[in-house]
Design a protein around this ligand. Structure first.
Ligand SMILES: C[S@@+](CC[C@H](N)C(=O)[O-])C[C@H]1O[C@@H](n2cnc3c(N)ncnc32)[C@H](O)[C@@H]1O
Length: 308
């Protein structure tokens, strides 16, 4: 019997995968792709087959090809994320960071439904800032509050020290507007209220693909151009201790050795924007992990904790 439709190839490949004959499935799918190089599902299945035999590189290439054919496909974006980043999911990683830091004062920019915000201990002071929070504010523990404002408006209102009851924050999570200049301002504004041992975690510094890293949102899965903040911090603030952990879907940076008195970023703000705003995702096409300083799974933060 000659096989000549993509549908037939897919049925055969799925049958092989169900019988755990992944190498055979890969052969079928590679053959199918010669005839149907624009078929997104064939690439996705090929990625699944590579993933099943723990061929990460093959899975990443195949899911990337699939995503390039359908840049807005959420399911493939998530598959690419877990193939590319092998650490714990960012929420599980944050949970461990809360357990290690035990923050008495926690601040989060970008709360949304409160998944990460609710990791804060009920007995701690927790301040969330989000112009459009999507959680029931009447159900928050006594010491938690979510302020429905943009982070710029919040910092301009000069109320943070009152909200923190006169002390620096211990842990902050930066996950607000996914645009470089907003994230940069959030970092500058937050660091002023950091103690020497405070920690700032930053989400989304490891973008998945060009389509999900644009400045205008075109896809369901979107991390914007916040990734530039990692490059900027390492260039302008080598004094910071910066680690980008491989936590899916888009990385989790942990920044320590903060310096509330530093005004380097604020002083160079215009110069930084000029340098980074137009930086193209193309620069990440090769050696993305190295360029963004993604740490390996042997990094002490991962090795010695539960973040694996
Ligand atoms: C990805 S969601 C946050 C998810 C949340 N941290 C979590 O992990 O569960 C991003 C949030 O940032 C908020 N946001 C957008 N612009 C903002 C701004 N200028 N300041 C603060 N938050 C902003 C959005 O309303 C949205 O709820």
């Amino acid at each position: 019997m000659s096989i000549n439709t993509a549908k037939q190839f897919k049925i055969l490949a799925k049958d092989s995968m169900q019988s755990a004959k992944f190498d055979h499935a890969i052969e079928i799918l590679q053959e199918a792709l010669k005839q149907n190089p624009e078929d997104r599902e064939l690439f996705e299945l090929l990625g699944d087959a590579y993933k099943a035999i723990e061929n990460r590189e093959g899975a990443i290439i195949s899911y990337t090809d699939a995503l390039n054919l359908d840049p807005g496909h959420l399911g493939i974006a998530l598959k690419l994320a877990t193939a590319s980043l092998t650490g714990a999911n960012y929420i599980d990683a944050l949970k461990v960071i809360h357990q290690c830091v035990k923050p008495e004062r926690y601040i989060e920019i970008g709360v949304c439904k409160g998944v990460s915000f609710q990791l804060a201990d009920v007995e701690s002071i927790a301040i969330g800032i989000d112009p459009a929070p999507q959680l029931d504010l009447t159900l928050l523990p006594k010491k938690h509050c979510v302020i429905a404002q943009t982070s710029d408006d919040y910092f301009n209102a000069n109320r943070i020290m009152d909200d923190l009851q006169g002390k620096c924050f211990d842990l902050a999570f930066l996950d607000g507007m996914h645009l470089f200049e907003f994230a940069l301002r959030d970092f500058i504004n937050l660091e002023k209220y950091a103690a020497v041992d405070s920690v700032i975690c930053i989400h989304d510094l490891y973008p998945l693909s060009a389509a999900t890293a644009t400045r205008e949102r075109n896809t369901a899965f979107w991390s914007g151009d916040v990734w530039k903040l990692g490059l900027c911090l390492q260039e302008y603030r080598p004094d910071l201790n910066f680690s980008l952990l491989p936590c899916p879907p888009t990385g989790l940076a942990v920044v320590t050795d903060l310096d509330a008195s530093s005004n380097v970023l604020a002083q160079h703000y215009d110069e930084i924007l000029e340098k980074y705003l137009d930086l193209s995702f193309d620069i990440l096409m090769e050696n993305k992990a190295e360029k963004l300083s993604l740490v390996g799974m042997d990094h002490p933060l991962l090795f010695s904790s539960l973040l694996l």
